[in-house]
Design a binder for this molecule. Sequence first.
Ligand code: FES
Length: 119
Amino acid sequence: MIPVCRLEDLPAGDSVRLDITPPVAVFNADGELYAIDDTCSHQDASLSEGWLEGCLIECPLHAASFDLRTGKPACLPARRPVRTHQVYVEDGVIHVLVASDAGATGDGGTGAAEKGSAA
Ligand code: FES
């Protein structure tokens, strides 16, 4: 598990990028926490710099949207999903459990983002 930040440091509508390899983006979508690969599957844009609307993150480069719950693209030009990762809150600190490449199936990975409570 990788510590991300304190829960209060990631308010609703905000995101943070983990500089690991490959990078991971963590989002607070109206109080629910999600983590996905940060790099857009279309080209190399950083999804943590995109626009968050509900459970969709819009890529800042060509406006493909990804569903944070599944990692699947909701519209073109992206065709391939990004991996999703599990998110935990422990003692007020957000943690990410990065999905292993071996477990990735190409359908969004095995680590469906677990709900994190911002309460
Ligand atoms: S880089 Fe994300 S849609 Fe093109």
